[in-house]
Design a protein around this ligand. Structure first.
Ligand SMILES: [Zn+2]
Length: 235
């Protein structure tokens, strides 16, 4: 996702990003920093998701983003901080690292939905013979069955035409989150076979075939939108 974004940065945005990193540091290698610090900064936990109820009419910021502690408000906050030249170098660097991570998180549909199951973490799944849960499946499980990373990157980049860059760069952070929530309805929960709560859901080839293009497009959208945010900030 980060490598997709980097390929779309303007020279000015690229220079700003480089200036915020230490020599030899790569942005892609820092994408999990926000997860690494969760234990020592527990207040950042709710910043990784927004709980839009699965069966609702959609986002209600008052209900779903209390006190601005959700991924939508934090992307907006860190975008503004990254943009602000009067913020310290350290503060801007931290804003960049949060942005990179949260734009990715927001495009994982289970980070934008609440079905009283901790974003799918409490839904046991058996996928192609191995035990996992619905959240982990959408985090990594489906990716693992896809192509090797470099091959996948090339394939995803080919799908990103100037036309989709324009289309996906439009809209607000709230609209992007709503889109991810709709994807959770139509592609994550909707196609789940009927199951009893105490039995793991059996998912096989059919679910994987449906879900993989969705995962790919979410990664592409995240890359395009991270680039859109960083490019707009560099103007
Ligand atoms: Zn996260």
């Amino acid at each position: 996702m980060v490598r997709i974004a980097q390929g779309l940065l303007t020279p000015q945005a690229q220079a700003q990003v480089q200036a915020a990193l230490a020599p030899g540091e790569a942005l892609a290698g820092l994408a999990s920093w926000a997860d690494d610090i969760r234990k020592v900064r527990p207040e950042t936990g709710p910043w990784h998701y927004v709980d839009i109820p699965l069966n609702s009419t959609g986002l209600d910021m008052m209900r779903d983003c209390p006190k601005g502690n959700c991924v939508i408000a934090k992307i907006e906050e860190f975008r503004d901080r990254w943009r602000n030249p009067s913020v310290s170098a350290e503060g801007r660097r931290e804003a960049l690292l949060f942005l990179v991570h949260f734009v990715g998180d927001m495009h994982q549909p289970l980070h934008c939905v609440d079905n009283s199951d901790q974003g799918g973490n409490q839904v046991p799944v058996v996928f192609q013979g191995s035990a996992t849960n619905l959240h982990a499946l959408w985090d990594f499980g489906l990716l693992r069955t896809m192509r090797a990373e470099d091959e996948l990157l090339g394939q995803l980049q080919q799908a990103i035409t100037p036309q989709v860059v324009t289309e996906w760069s439009r809209g607000t952070v709230e609209q992007w989150a709503m889109e991810s929530w709709r994807t959770a309805q139509t592609s994550v929960y909707g196609p789940l076979p009927a199951h009893t709560p105490d039995q793991p859901v059996q998912l096989g080839e059919g679910y994987a075939k449906m879900a993989q293009p969705v995962v790919e497009q979410q990664i592409e959208k995240a890359g395009v939108r991270l680039a859109a945010i960083l490019n707009a900030s560099a103007q």
